[in-house]
Design a protein around this ligand. Structure first.
Ligand code: SF4
Length: 445
């Protein structure tokens, strides 16, 4: 039974240290009792208190681990419906689909291509997490071979999808120790698949048509010894899937334990652009695992970008260290650009300077991680802060000229910066994409 806020409070250290982000231990206890924050946010709780609080700290959405070692991914354990209340913690796992009907050469090539689907964005690598091997052949031997080849060539953890528990058992044993996610596509086979999952210590995903049917099945799977479940309500339209994902999340957060598990979604659109739209929609609300056969980098980049944006903390701007950065083989004649320390602003500028192949200095000013216009509007990016950052960076000793390029969006700052710093100010482009041509023109001039 759930514990009250006061019962939880009694087990906390009562130091009001604020490390959990709440002003007092009591405030934290109340939020925890409401299921809005996990116990792990308090780093000072003792092992004895942890055990006593186990029932209260059990998240409304079960934590599920897929894969092993470097490929391990944890999903679930979320506590909120809206990310402005509390950040979403565990990014959805993105799986790219592959059929076991492909001949080994084509399968290996597709698996290798899936493994390479990774991109660099705002200083972070974003990538596909899983390869979903579908037993379309219906043949157990072929399925096991395909699973092995896909895991080997992609270097990723696997989702093994089949309509029969026996075939899942064969493929799971081919990936022993790799902890694949077993997905059973037929409700009548779900309990047999639970035994396979238990024997192989794997998480299990089940497809049953409808959320009510899932709620009836889950206690049977728990009784069979499987706690790490992922739910597929069987919907295959954009609207239907969005409704099912939202319903599962809402019910779970209200304490309806039978559906307190991450949910799974599939893209089904034939149009490649719509596949990316479907996938991004399901990631935004509230897929824990997304399976798609979108494999083109231009499809995956927006999907993974959506995931990255959804799972950052909206209450904390993503910032880079405020400092002087040398891009390329800089010399005393290299141009000096200034921007803020909002990571998206900084990396946009850095990427375009790199693309221009003109070595340059970029000075990122501490604006508490806010973008150029936001920082300017809140007076964090002004003549004084820019001049202060220039002095602190030692740029005067690094270049022989005294020319500073400021973002075109804040051209209004030019006179103030010139007065304050004594440098001559040049107005750069409004958008980072204009930087390469701007720098090349400057070089020619
Ligand atoms: Fe209390 Fe723990 Fe929060 Fe500190 S981190 S205020 S000890 S609940």
């Amino acid at each position: 039974m759930a514990l009250s806020g006061l019962e939880i409070y009694k087990q906390l250290p009562k130091t009001n240290c604020k490390d959990c982000g709440f002003p007092t231990c009591l405030a934290f206890a109340m939020k925890m009792a409401a299921g809005q924050v996990p116990l792990e946010k308090c780093p000072h709780v003792t092992a004895a208190a942890k055990a006593a609080l186990e029932s209260a700290s059990r998240p409304p959405i079960q934590l599920v681990t897929i894969g092993a070692d470097a490929n391990e991914i944890k999903i679930g354990n979320e506590t909120q419906l809206y990310r402005h209340e509390e950040k979403f913690y565990r990014p959805a796992a993105v799986a790219v689909w592959i059929s076991d009907t492909l001949d080994p050469g084509a399968l290996a090539a597709r698996a290798e291509a899936i493994g390479k689907l990774r991109f660099e964005r705002v200083g972070t690598q974003i990538k596909v997490n899983l390869v979903a091997v579908d037993n379309q052949s219906g043949d157990a031997g072929k399925f096991a071979q395909a699973a092995k080849l896909a895991a080997e060539k992609s270097g990723l953890a696997c989702v093994l999808m089949s309509a029969t528990a026996d075939n899942l058992a064969k493929a799971a044993s081919a990936l022993a120790g790799q902890r694949p996610l077993l997905y059973i596509a037929v409700a009548a086979e779900a309990e047999a698949a639970a035994k396979v999952a238990k024997d192989n210590r794997c998480p299990l995903a089940v497809r049953v048509d409808g959320v009510e049917a899932l709620a009836e099945l889950v206690p049977k799977l728990n009784a069979a010894g499987v706690q790490e479940l992922i739910l597929d309500a069987g919907t295959r339209t954009l609207k239907g899937t969005l409704e099912a994902l939202t319903l599962i999340r809402r019910l779970a957060l209200k304490g309806f334990r039978q559906v307190g598990y991450p949910a799974m979604a599939f893209t089904t659109a034939e149009d490649p652009t719509m596949q990316a739209v479907e996938a991004s929609t399901f990631i935004a609300k509230y897929a824990g695992v997304l399976v798609t056969d979108a494999i083109q980098p231009w499809q995956l980049l927006p999907i993974l970008t959506t995931r990255q944006d959804i799972y950052i903390d909206p209450q904390k701007p993503v910032a880079v260290e405020p400092k002087l950065n040398a891009i390329g083989e800089v010399t005393a004649a290299s141009p000096v650009l200034v921007t803020t320390n909002f990571s998206l602003s900084y990396y946009s500028v850095e990427g375009e300077v790199e693309a221009s192949r003109v070595p340059a200095y970029i000075l990122s000013v501490d604006t508490e991680g806010t973008s150029v216009l936001t920082a300017w509007a809140s007076d964090k990016f002004n003549a004084a802060t820019i001049t202060q950052a220039m002095k602190k960076s030692g740029i005067e000793q690094k270049v022989s000229h005294r020319q500073l390029v400021i973002p075109g969006l804040v051209a209004v700052l030019s006179a103030g910066v010139e007065d304050e710093s004594g440098w001559s100010v040049q107005i750069g482009p409004k958008e980072a994409s204009g930087i390469p041509s701007y720098l090349k023109k400057q070089l020619q001039a």
